[in-house]
Write a new protein. Sequence first.
Length: 247
Amino acid sequence: MGSKNKRYMLVLLAFFVILIAGCARKAEEFQVEPQQEQAADTGILAVVSAPSQAHVYINSELKGETPLTLYNMPVGAYSVAIKKEGYVDFEKTVAVKVGRTEEVSAALAPLTTPKAVEEKKTAQEITPEDMPALPAKLNTINISKSFIIYFDFDKELFTNIATPTPDIFSSRYDTYVYFTAISPANILLVNKQIKDVKKEDCTKSKDVVANVYSGQTLCVRTREGIIAAVGGSWTTTPSELEWVVFS
């Protein structure tokens, strides 16, 4: 074969090599990456109790102790049970929604409290003759650093750790404060500034839970029958509450 024909064959071979390489590169560029499996829709479940350190069961499965926050919960209905030795079991069915936080707050009733005594304390009345005027000076408590606060008005203790005899406990949210009374204490929501609330406004306290927004006041009848009040005003998120005992 002549040198001219050899050169022609080499040029032709190089052309095919370049053509094949180019096709392979195009195939890589247009290759479609497999789509990643999309994560299932989830929400958040927050569980608190008074007293705390109670066992939390979700659909009969132990998940931990209160206070407990469970993230990435698939949406749907769940059976929540809160149990602590010496207290009556608490059970509730909740629905977890996409991107939302579902809160469960439980005030556990002691097993040792006689029902008759509890009903008597709940039904007792306070006469107007025994009601002094609201003190001029209100006390304050900072709630900005804790999600949960326990209130013991008789001992004037306010802490994020449960005391032996709390009257109520609160959960702080973006625009309001959620309160739960601990039996035999009970509460009443009043649409007044706390500086304008008098003892006679609180004589019919009988509720267990309440949402307190800016400008509202929560009346409290404590375990010992003392009348107290807590409330405040805020522009956006609650950070400080005022409280007073009327005794």
